[in-house]
Design a protein around this ligand. Structure first.
Ligand code: 6R9
Length: 649
């Protein structure tokens, strides 16, 4: 491993950072030797209405998985993100909104945010929303998305955000599963100069006969585009909000009351509703944000994630605002209207901390100097990466081209399920190795196990598990605790299984190698192969489908779909286009297959299991080492697939 570059902690960063390496070592030891005592103290990072006396009550025991933190405390998330900053920094900027169009922007102080959140919280109450009700958000990246989230938390409603890029069908499924009472949306969204018909998609989703739970649709006017209107159901955001009182008492919520549901893909079945609760989540969000980005008053922080993803929850809204930080909410995409847009936004708002994803970095890297043309980026101090493994080439480019070789990169590994970052460097404490997420955060106890669940020591490679709970961990799959246990705690008894594989080097650094289950990561978006397959077979002409991931230069992974048509059907170029369009419509544009392979038959074992291992190898052209094919019901299928591959477009 001698060719691996190591970047020592920068002196200028270490000098002013919140914590150095000795500090990390000491705090980490405390956190794992005495988690109870450690978190009793750290829980004070947020304000409590009723102080907790209990700290940790967690069990990974099969059949009795139970996760509770700070369980007798009471608090309110919006009060922690807004009210508690009013006295000291009420006139500081809480949210900087940067529009899709560079000429459009807006700033909201904590005082202004307070007023907007209170008014909208009162509007929600007037629309009949009560504590515990689920509110679905299907929103563009505008300040009102954060305002709606915070307003929900103020009155104890549970938000369920659905990414604006998902199709009406995907939206309908999530509305039904979460039993949402209200949808909040806008007439249209705006991304990369194009309008996204959000209200129209909501109308389509609600026309689905399975959707019977929605009472009201609240519509924000964003573009002024034409929308259809249902008088008994639809209301305008501005009309229901403008006359509401500007104060709204924050509801005292129990630490274990639900905060939000967020759907994510797994290896089987439909997306799961990941449930996060109030106290532990907020403590973990606030603390990780502070230490991992070395947050200091005066920082301008920009996380490029959409609110529809977990990163947009924890590190765009809750983590930064709980710390009283200025957070940038960007409506657009990193390369519109110019390739240098991301760099331009950094200069325009003098961003000091930038948190983005490898897929964006690779797309910009492909454009070379154009991506930074006319910009300086000298305001930057710390940078971050999240969503998928960052390859060393992209890391180096990010470091040099964007960060002027002077900003450490925090490669943060975590998941929707983990609520916050689990494996990461700290700016003043950790020497960096490009491509490694490095070491565990406080309280996090990773381990690598073999396929039998045996814990492996030293420098090794295996399945990544967690041996004990941390406050930000998901509590259950909404409405299906059994599925929660089954998915995360049954593969390796007594451990939380992440679904990822990893390598640990001689310095104890973790290198995430990617998913070991049937989950794809396309541009940082998680998708189950099963989900895409069921969308494909829903097409009337398709008999069978199997989906595998293939390496993709920009997206990290691309979608390769094997499709078998009904007997007697012939593949045509029209059908090719139609099937791609079909998947877009069923799930959303992010699920569009990159490659369609018309297969006469799929390789199956005698018991009928599709052998994905073989399909993966054929898809990547790695056919020299197919391994054992003797268990196939019909081994000749393989040669046929290889022959067909040459015709694949
Ligand atoms: C936060 C988020 C989770 C999956 C995870 C892993 C991959 C995320 C990573 C990373 C390598 C990193 N992943 N961060 N892999 N290095 N720094 O992305 O949540 O959408 O639930 O995806 O993403 O495979 O299991 P989510």
């Amino acid at each position: 491993m001698s060719d691996i570059k190591v970047y020592p902690v920068q002196e200028n960063i270490a000098k002013n950072a919140l914590i150095d390496d000795a500090g990390y070592q000491k705090m980490y030891q405390q956190s794992v030797v005495n988690p109870e005592g450690f978190w009793r103290e750290q829980g004070q990072i947020v304000d409590w209405i009723t102080p907790y006396t209990k700290v940790k009550n967690t069990s990974y025991d099969p059949g009795h998985v139970n996760i509770k933190w700070f369980e007798d405390g009471e608090l309110n998330v919006s009060a922690n993100c807004i009210d508690r900053h009013l006295a000291t920094r009420g006139d500081d900027i809480a949210i900087i909104w940067e529009g899709d169009n560079p000429a459009e922007d807006k700033k909201l102080t904590f005082k202004e945010l307070h007023k907007e959140v209170c008014q909208f919280a009162n509007a929600l109450k007037a629309q009949g929303v009560k504590k515990g009700d689920v509110v679905c958000l299907y929103m563009p990246m505008v300040p009102e998305a954060a305002i709606a989230m915070l307003a929900c938390t103020r009155i104890g409603a549970v938000h369920s955000i659905v990414f604006g890029g998902f199709s009406p069908d995907a939206l309908a499924g999530r509305i039904v599963d979460s039993n949402s009472k209200i949808v909040i949306t806008s007439d249209e969204g705006l991304r990369g100069g194009r309008a996204v018909p959000l209200k129209k998609n909501v109308d389509e989703a609600l026309a689905n006969p399975n959707v019977t739970c929605i009472e009201k649709v609240i519509v924000l006017k964003r573009t002024g585009g034409d929308v259809a209107w249902n008088d008994s159901r639809d209301v305008w955001w501005h009309e229901i909000t403008e006359n509401q009182p500007v104060e709204c008492e924050p509801e005292a919520m129990n630490a274990e009351d639900p905060l939000f549901i967020l759907y994510t893909s797994g290896s089987t079945g439909q997306p799961k509703g990941v449930l996060h609760t109030t106290g532990g989540y907020l403590v973990y969000a606030a603390m990780t944000f502070k230490y991992i980005f070395d947050y200091q008053p005066g920082d301008v922080y920009w996380c490029t994630a959409d609110v529809g993803w977990i990163t947009g929850h924890t590190y765009l809204v809750y983590g930064p605002l709980a710390n009283g930080a200025t957070t940038i909410l960007f409506e657009g995409v990193p390369n519109y209207p110019s390739t240098a847009r991301m760099s331009e936004v950094v200069d325009k708002h003098q961003v000091t901390i930038l948190y983005t994803a490898p897929t964006a970095i690779r797309a910009l890297m492909a454009k070379g100097d154009e991506a930074t043309a006319g910009t300086k980026r000298t305001s930057l101090r710390v940078m971050g990466s999240v969503g998928e493994p960052i390859n060393p080439e992209a890391w180096e480019w990010y470091y040099r081209a964007i960060g002027n070789a002077s900003c450490p990169i925090m490669d943060t590994w975590w998941q929707t399920e983990t609520g916050g970052i689990l494996i990461t460097p700290l700016p003043g404490a950790t020497a960096l190795k490009p491509g490694s997420a490095t070491r565990p955060f406080f309280g996090v106890q990773p381990a690598l196990v073999d396929n039998e669940g045996l814990i492996l020591d030293g420098a090794t490679e295996g399945n990544l598990v967690m041996l004990d709970s941390w406050p930000g961990q998901m509590r259950t799959v909404y409405g299906d605790h059994e599925r929660f246990e089954q998915t995360y705690f049954s593969t390796f008894k007594g451990m939380y299984f992440t679904g990822d594989g990893a390598r640990r080097d001689e310095d104890g650094y973790y290198w995430i190698t990617g998913r070991v289950d049937d989950v794809l990561n396309v541009s940082g978006h998680r998708m189950g192969t099963a989900e895409i397959e069921s969308a494909l077979v829903a097409h009337p002409l398709i008999a069978e489908a199997a989906v595998v991931g293939v390496p993709h230069e920009i997206k990290g992974q691309g979608i390769y779909a094997y499709v078998t048509l009904n007997a007697g059907e012939e593949p045509t170029p029209e059908l090719h286009a139609e099937v791609k369009q079909w998947v877009r419509k069923e799930i959303g544009p992010i699920a569009t297959p990159d490659v369609l392979h018309w297969a006469e038959a799929l390789p199956k074992t005698r018991s009928g299991k599709i052998m994905r291992r073989i399909l993966r190898k054929i898809a990547t052209g790695d056919t020299g080492t197919l391994g054992d094919t003797s268990t196939l019901a019909d081994p000749s299928v393989v040669d046929k697939l290889i022959e067909e591959k040459s015709k694949v477009v």
